[in-house]
Design a protein around this ligand. Sequence first.
Ligand code: HEC
Ligand code: HEC
Length: 273
Amino acid sequence: MKLRAAALALGVVAVAALAARAQESVAPSPAPSAAVAAYDPAALPSGPVGEAIRLGREIVMNTPQTMPGYVRSNMSCSACHIEGGTKVRGGSFLGTYARFPQWNKRAKRVITLQDRLAECFLYSMNGRPPAYASKEMIGLVAYIAWLSRGVPTLSTPSPQDRFIEPLPPAPPDVRHGAKLYAQHCALCHQPSGAGVTGVFPPLWGPSSFNDLAGMAHLDRMTGFVHYNMPQGAPGSLTLREAYDVAAFVLSHPRPKFDPAALVQSSPLPAGFF
Ligand code: HEC
Ligand code: HEC
């Protein structure tokens, strides 16, 4: 608890220091392209479907606690899917359910939402996915479906909803990135990049996401940082600055994907349906 309070106090200092700069340059956040509401527990349907949605939300917010044994990275889904996936350009799940099934370049086949969730378990969480018929997987699907209500099925996301940006043409300046990291990131994510358990997620090292995760791509981390970091003052870094600092973060070692962790679903027991 003490550690958490101290870390939060540090965070407040960092936010105050950055707030003035943010006010100058932050762009107005784009409106969601779909008419969906953010998560409100009071608005959930009653009964088992509501319970499944609630469980999915709980997993997204507190992944290591709710799914020990499935995750090795020391962070929750909400480290990258900000505010539980309800923030536009913050890894939002608003409309995600409506975009599956979809073609997947990595798998070279059409995948379902469960397959996409399995990917984030394997790479971002550096762990193993739950069985597709488990209450955890069903809870995650129910939560994402709830956040996607009202979005027409098989619609494509508006570019306004995503954080991926075309990168600047010149290569990134990692040394400049190191300076920016010390100034704008180290207070929360620590000079070691290891973060503070339960408060600030790790950016590199053994407890971070692995080398095949989406966030390990320079274009994705640049866009994520540009729109969402530093926490409390998003938009205070230019795209170029976000690019340099992301290149610095990604110049450090992180876990390598272990193929032994590949999806192995056990057969469904007779009487499942
Ligand atoms: C280290 C960061 C990170 C973590 C942690 C993470 N994800 Fe992701 N996730 C991403 C990125 C990056 C994408 C791709 C975003 C994009 O294409 O705009 C993504 C995409 C997704 C998508 C597809 C979204 C869409 O609309 O196409 C789903 C679903 C998803 N993640 C679920 C999860 C769940 C559930 C967890 C926790 C078990 C999780 N993720 C943990 C980074 C992360
Ligand atoms: C005030 C504290 C704070 C500062 C400063 C800060 N972050 Fe974060 N960062 C967070 C928190 C908390 C999260 C989890 C998402 C959330 O709740 O916003 C996060 C999430 C992230 C993530 C996705 C999760 C992961 O572990 O990979 C990346 C990447 C990231 N930050 C990069 C940066 C970079 C680069 C900077 C400096 C430009 C920065 N952050 C500054 C608090 C901070």
